[in-house]
Design a protein around this ligand. Structure first.
Ligand SMILES: Nc1nc2c(ncn2[C@@H]2O[C@H](COP(=O)(O)OP(=O)(O)OP(=O)(O)O)[C@@H](O)[C@H]2O)c(=O)[nH]1
Length: 502
């Protein structure tokens, strides 16, 4: 779990407030105090933390909240919004243009990206991760090595390109980085490559020398986007580097690496970069090709607080080519009960989508204990073990889990049949109950509010429009659908597709 320590402290502060008998100023201020401490411990700049604290206090005056308003939910939403504002650079990153024009004709528009970063920031690794990301999005992407300084750079990038399965261009002999970059870009433009990623040398320890060299290469290849790779473990001192970068580069964005590192001060780095207004587009969460997550402030905070991230999950489902699985979610919304078979289906889809820990952080309600921190493989094994037990179940058990309450001897049969202990089978059943509880409450809210499968387009139509959304009668137990979409960072289209509505 990225920034797991910070996330745990923040969600604990909120759940303590939620479960307090009385919600008075004492409880409220205690909650704020815990949030302030957690942010400072994550190395968030003290001025930024003060602003979060003051903004929350400004927006929540317990005496003035009208009766009938759910005060806990209101406070939860205010804290969520302030944490999002803390990490949101409020500036859009450059987008890769579609190769097709509006009339549908193919117009070749090469998109050159130049990577810059101080020594050891993770630039070369991240170049390959980004190439892997765009390859999965069916883009024609390639890598150019313009790091003529470090001997091993050519070999390292070439190996990474092989792993990512993308074309590579570099030269063992060329000493001039500007020439190497220019040759590489020219070579791939001839091959009509859509995304050309150029890795430059990270020899500099200070950003001044780095930006000098960057200027020369930039004039030679005219990149559409200059990506500054920063090591997330440097915490709030990322502010100065990001500020210097922003002053030198007009069209730039940032990737923060190593947010998975133990004791990382990632919270400090993210908020520091956001404070400069430089758009963070991705963040690194490990050394593997797939350890790169698109950065979106709401999704990031939503996951940090354990709310899941349907928007990100939906994109993963789409990228993994599982659009038809959206029917799965449609079915879940319309069922009376969540069964073991539902959980089995969900798990088999997730396992196909890639490392468990990356995907399950996006699902609301999945317990973190199922995800031993940073041990995706272990969690993957654990889930496969649970699925193996379910393979020993009868249809009746899979579709009517209540049978286990009346006939507990079934646990023994399944244990024997699957080669596990009764204790392990019961542990799996406990996990199923947790999973069912969270999804059931969500399904209940959906049904109470919008009735059977409402159509998002209707929601967007007529009636009182607030921020382009009809917030009218779609109330699901105090959380209206527009708010839910906001929290899960889903677009109306995504919600529609998820609900199987055209
Ligand atoms: N845990 C973790 N390690 C990372 C991440 N990104 C990069 N690394 C590791 O950080 C180290 C440095 O990465 P490189 O890509 O070689 O860094 P660089 O900036 O290209 O280094 P130079 O080419 O010497 O400038 C390598 O061991 C990477 O595997 C990340 O997100 N998480």
């Amino acid at each position: 779990m990225v920034l797991g320590e910070l996330g745990k402290k923040l969600s604990t502060a909120l759940s303590k407030m939620n479960s307090s008998q009385v919600l008075d100023n004492k409880v409220f201020n205690e909650m704020i105090g815990e949030i302030v401490t957690a942010l400072l411990q994550a190395d968030v700049n003290v001025q930024l933390v003060k602003k979060v604290r003051d903004d929350i206090k400004k927006k929540v005056n317990l005496e003035k909240i009208p009766s009938g308003v759910n005060r806990r939910k209101l406070i939860h939403q205010v804290v969520f919004d302030e944490l999002v504002a803390l990490v949101n650079p409020r500036k859009k990153a450059p987008k890769i243009p579609e190769q097709k024009s509006k009339t549908g004709e193919i117009k070749y528009k090469p998109y050159v990206i130049m990577f810059v970063g101080l020594q050891g920031s993770g630039k070369t690794t991240t170049c390959a991760k980004l190439a892997h990301h765009y390859k999965n999005k069916k883009k024609k992407v390639c890598l150019v090595c313009a790091d003529t300084f470090r001997a091993g750079a050519y070999e390292q990038l070439k190996q990474n390109a092989l792993k990512a399965g993308v074309p590579f261009y570099g030269s063992y002999t060329e000493q001039n980085p500007v020439k190497a970059a220019r040759e590489g870009v020219k070579h791939f433009k001839k091959q009509k490559m859509e995304v050309i990623i150029v890795d430059t040398s990270g020899r500099h320890k200070q950003e001044e020398g780095l930006f000098e060299e960057m200027q020369e290469i930039s004039e030679a290849i005219n990149p559409k986007n200059v990506i500054f790779v920063m090591d997330g473990t440097i915490g709030q001192s990322a502010f100065d580097q990001a500020k210097a970068f922003q002053e030198r580069v007009t069209v730039g964005s940032v990737i923060l690496t190593k947010l998975d590192a133990k004791g990382t001060k990632g919270g400090g780095a993210i908020s520091a970069v956001a404070a400069t207004g430089s758009p963070i587009i991705f963040y690194g969460t490990g050394e593997h090709l797939y350890d790169l997550e698109p950065f979106n402030a709401k999704s990031f905070i939503s996951r940090l607080l354990g709310h899941g991230d349907f928007g990100g999950l939906f994109n993963k489902i789409k990228d993994a080519g599982f659009e038809d699985q959206a029917e799965f979610y449609q079915k879940m919304m319309e069922k009376e009960e969540v069964t073991l078979r539902d959980m089995y289906e969900q798990w088999s889809m997730i396992i196909k989508m890639g490392p468990i820990d990356k995907v399950m952080e996006m699902l609301p309600g999945f317990s973190k204990d199922l995800l031993p921190t940073g041990k995706g493989e272990e969690a993957q094994l654990r889930i496969k073990r649970f699925m193996c037990m379910m393979n020993s179940m009868t249809n009746k058990e899979l579709d009517h889990p209540r049978v286990f309450h009346h006939e507990p001897s079934r646990f023994t049969r399944i244990a024997k049949g699957s080669g596990h202990s009764v204790k392990e089978v019961k542990e799996m059943f406990e996990e199923y109950k947790r999973f069912a509880k969270v999804l059931k409450s969500m399904i209940k809210r959906m049904k109470k509010g919008g009735g059977k499968g409402f159509n998002m387009n209707q929601l967007m139509g007529g009636g009182r429009r607030t921020r382009g959304m009809n917030m009218g009668n779609l109330n699901m137990g105090g959380l209206n659908i527009g708010q839910m979409m906001k929290n899960f960072n889903m677009s109306p289209d995504q919600m529609n597709q998820l609900m199987g509505k055209k």
